[in-house]
Every structure is written in C-alpha cells, then in structure tokens.
Write a protein that binds this ligand. Structure first.
Ligand code: ATP
Ligand code: MG
Length: 313
C-alpha cells in the first residue's frame, strides 16, 4: 500500500524585489510504501524541505498533486496520523521541553494521564528527561533536535516526516535516533527522511530518492540504484615507487599517501591501463581491490549528470 504519492509536483516561489517567480520544484514524483523507510537525498537547495512542506500542506503548490493515505496535502483527517520534524526546530523558545510536548500533545487531542505518560516515555526515549524543565532557548542544537524528534512522535504517528533527523547530534545521539527510527519501522510505521549522512541512508533506508535541482532523478532500492554505477579500485604500492605517479600521465587516478604506501584510486574502466603502467615500471603492487559501491558514488555520479547550469540561479 502506498502511504505517500507525489506526482509531478511543481512549486514556484516569488523572490526578490519584483517578486519574480523561481521554480524550485520542477515536477517532483515519487512514492513511499507503507512500512518502509524512504531516504530523500540531494544537495543543499535541491528541494527536499520544500517537498516536505508541500506534502504537509504548509506551502501552497503551483502544480501537480500530493496524496497522503489517499487524501490531498493538508487534509485535516490525515494530520493526526503524521509526525513532522522540521529542519530548524525553533518552536516557542520560552516553553520548557515538557511544556512543548504538552502543547503538541494537546493539539493532537491527547490529554490527562495518557499525555503525561506519553511525555515521560518520549523524554526518556530521546534522553532529555534531565532537561524537561529547562526553557528551549537554553537548549543546545542537539538538545533542540532531540526534543524536536520527541514532539514528532507525540501522537504515535503512522507516517513520520523527518527533515534531517541526525543533524546536530553527537555520535551517540545519532546512534540513538537511528535506533529509534528503526524501532518505529518495526512497529509498522512509515518514514520518509532527508539526510546528508549518506551512510545512515544506506544502512537504514529501504528505498531512496535522489533529488537534484528540483527534480527527482532516481528512485528505487539502493541495491538496484547501485547496479549501474562503476566500481572504483584502489591499488597499494610501496612508497618507494613514487616515480609511478609521474608516469600515470593523463589517466584519471587519485593519488594519496597513506602510512608507508602510495594509494592509487581509479575507475574500473582504466584498471588494465593502470596495471600496465605500474607493471612496466617494475613497481611492487602490494594489493589491488574493488571499493564497495556506495550511495556517495551514486550521488556524485548523478550530480555530475544533472547539475547543469540550468538550475543555478
Ligand atoms: N520561502 C522561500 N522563498 C523563496 N525561495 C525559497 C524559499 N524556501 C526555499 N527556497 C528556495 O528553494 C530551493 C530549495 O530549498 P529547500 O530548502 O527545499 O532545499 P533542501 O533540499 O532542503 O536543501 P538543504 O539540504 O540545504 O536543506 C532553494 O533554492 C531555496 O533558496
Ligand atoms: Mg532542507
């Protein structure tokens, strides 16, 4: 079952003195299945946050359509099933953490003992019990992020929209939030998250969408998406073989010194050429191995193909 379907979404923002319109989303299409974690990745300014805001009905859309659980964006009947972590969780900074959760809970119609219990649980979950009576304005970035995640979960939502959930968190915090998100999936919840931490997206997400310049250029399971990217290779040479580096000529090889070795990194296309050059000089190849294909590799490739001048302003 599809929880979110975004179809040819277009968003124009008026900008500047003359309110000239700039097309920020240029026909964004993707879907999110029930029970999956969908990772939304793309460079700064690609349109991730704008897409989320459009899905939530916080900004009007210029064209296309959004359907959440079969309803249009902003539909009141689906709001109670959605949890949202905004990119910059400022909130009302005169409130304490506990007051924020109470306020958000009440907005969702949760009251009394049920609310108190939920607040205690969530504060515990995001490790913020110690700061429950502290005003948000006195929170650190990571503390705001943690309370932001707690408020997104207050209504035990079916569908979570998390805009950069790991942002600002220390390594332990990142791990805790990763575990929390996986736990939500285990409970059958559906999650869409944006992140610049591609390793997190790789380990957590069932499907991934890559957005560049206001267009979703790829979507699918990570394994599928990685199939058609090239494998990089690394070759280790003794650092006494430095002359090899000069002889590589025009070959696209990245050279790095690492703990007594020279490391050459190159695409599989030129593997045999590199071996030829290195062998012809009688250099000692310590090892040659393929690097794991990664989302980062895909990201770089898609950026190379899709970030033409057209989307720059
Ligand atoms: N309120 C606004 N008015 C005008 N332009 C806007 C507005 N909000 C966003 N934009 C523009 O829309 C584009 C997409 O921004 P958006 O915040 O969606 O990107 P993003 O993918 O979330 O980036 P990041 O990774 O930096 O969070 C940017 O060019 C941005 O300048
Ligand atoms: Mg953003």
């Amino acid at each position: 079952m599809i929880v979110l379907k975004v179809d040819n979404l277009i968003k124009d923002y008026p900008t500047g003195f003359l309110r000239k319109k700039v097309r920020v989303l240029k026909g964004v299409s993707f879907f999110v299945n029930r029970g999956e974690i969908f990772g939304f990745v793309g460079p700064n300014g690609a349109g991730k946050t704008t897409t989320f805001k459009a899905v939530l009905g916080f900004v009007g859309i210029t064209g296309g359509s959004v359907s959440i659980m079969g309803r249009p964006a902003g539909d009141v009947s689906v709001k109670k099933h959605i949890g949202y972590l905004p990119e910059n969780p400022y909130f009302y900074d005169y409130l304490t953490g506990e007051e924020l959760l109470r306020y958000m809970g009440q907005l969702h119609g949760i009251n009394g003992k049920a609310l108190l219990k939920r607040i205690d649980e969530l504060l515990e979950k995001v490790n913020m019990t110690h700061a429950r009576k502290v005003q948000l304005r006195k929170y650190s970035k990571g503390m705001l992020q943690r309370i932001g995640i707690a408020q997104a979960l207050i209504n035990d939502p079916e569908f979570l929209i998390l805009d950069e959930p790991m942002s600002g968190l220390d390594p332990i915090g990142q791990r805790e939030i990763r575990e929390l998100i996986l736990e939500e999936r285990k409970k059958g919840k559906t999650i869409i998250l944006s992140s610049h931490i591609l390793s997190d997206v790789e380990t957590m997400c069932d499907r991934v969408g890559v957005i560049i310049g206001g267009r979703v250029v790829r979507t699918g399971e990570l394994g599928e998406l990685l199939e058609d990217i090239h494998t990089d290779y690394e070759m280790l040479l003794r650092d006494t073989d430095l002359e090899v580096v000069d002889r590589l000529g025009d070959l696209k090889v990245k050279v790095e010194k690492r703990a007594g070795f020279i490391v050459l990194r190159f695409d599989e296309d030129i593997k045999s050429r590199v071996i030829e050059v290195v062998s012809s000089l009688g250099a000692d190849i310590v090892s040659l191995y393929p690097l794991r294909k990664s989302l980062e590799g895909l990201f770089v490739k898609e950026m190379g193909q899709n970030s033409g001048g057209e989307q720059k302003r």
